[in-house]
Design a binder for this molecule. Structure first.
Ligand code: SF4
Length: 319
């Protein structure tokens, strides 16, 4: 039985380097922990891209970055109609959460006020849980969003501290951590995860997951890079992203943050197709209907996937 208490970085590394024949035993152990804290439930999240493209930052993986030539739709603010439409889908299908992402790292106060007005309307017309991915906020801006009804903030670390300058030079890792700590101090729930496939070593993954463990977020989304044409990482080496390797990373995330929602985010449909039963041994949360700039699986197909794997589609209103 693997344990997570006081796990050292060497022990964590040994999990990522576990020979494939030992994977079933790891999954069995991790499933016991998942079952203890999450039962057999899987929550589904829906993601709305509320502001798309034209970011000032140069995150190498991102189709919305200032260096990206990816052919994506760009807009300053999603229409209220689209945001509400997605909100009603979350409500009517009893999805766990409505995630809303905005490209950009810093926002003017009037932009925050405009967005807060939309959140207020969404909260008045639906009873959904809202999580926003919205760059670095000032405490005053965060307060406005909190009062508007934002329940949770997503801010990913993406990779290790030492690998960070290789994927982004327009802001620092520490700025990300400082932003998270500030929001946590204000009482926001935190969603904080990363991306695998950014040229990192296994040690980098361990370092990132230890940083995330220290933050102790409510949710840990793990993305597996889907190299997008036009981004700096369009030719990234993803050969090592085998199902077994991806599963070991998800298991380690569960072991280090056992009570958090462990979410298999972007890349699920690519790297873990056909491995869902094993994936759900560690994972209790997934997206339906796609990602910020990439498509995904429909809600109906996602529900079918969960039940076919022997797990239960988590209906938020019954909790
Ligand atoms: S990840 Fe966020 S901050 Fe980085 S380039 Fe993309 S939208 Fe901008």
């Amino acid at each position: 039985m693997y344990t997570f208490n006081h796990m050292s970085k060497e022990e964590a590394l040994s999990i990522l380097k576990l020979p494939e024949e030992k994977l079933p035993a790891l999954l069995d152990s991790v499933y016991q922990i998942r079952k203890k804290y999450k039962g057999n439930r899987v929550g589904i999240q829906l993601l709305t891209n509320a502001r798309s493209g034209d970011c000032t930052q140069n995150c190498a993986y991102c189709a919305q970055s200032c260096n990206s030539k990816a052919d994506i739709e760009k807009y300053r603010m999603v229409s209220t109609k689209k945001l509400l439409q997605d909100g009603y889908v979350v409500q009517e299908q009893h999805l766990a959460r409505h995630c809303i992402g905005l490209s950009g790292i810093r926002f003017q106060d009037d932009e925050i006020n405009e967005f807060a007005a939309r959140v207020r309307e969404l909260k008045t017309k639906t009873q959904t849980q809202i999580c926003c991915s919205i760059g670095f906020l000032t405490p005053e801006q965060a307060k406005i969003l909190r009062e508007a009804g934002v329940d949770r903030i997503n801010h990913n670390l993406n990779t290790s501290r030492s690998n960070y300058p290789n994927i982004c030079t327009t802001h620092t890792y520490q700025e990300r951590i400082d932003n998270i700590k500030m929001l946590q101090g204000m009482g926001f729930e935190i969603c904080c995860g990363g991306i695998v496939g950014l040229g990192e070593t296994t040690e980098d993954i361990v370092d990132m997951l230890f940083e995330i463990r220290d933050i102790n977020p409510q949710a840990v989304p793990i993305n597996f890079l889907i190299p997008m044409k036009g981004t700096a990482l369009e030719s990234a080496n993803i050969q090592h992203l085998t199902p077994e390797y991806c599963l070991k990373i998800l298991c380690l995330a569960r072991l280090l943050t056992p009570k958090s929602d462990i979410r298999c985010a972007a890349g699920r449909e690519v790297y873990l197709k056909g491995w869902e039963k094993e994936m759900f041994c560690a994972v209790d949360s997934i997206f339906a209907s796609g990602y910020l700039t990439a498509g995904g699986q429909s809600i109906d197909d996602t529900i079918r996937l969960i039940t076919n794997a022997g797990f239960t589609y988590y209906i938020e209103t019954e909790s």
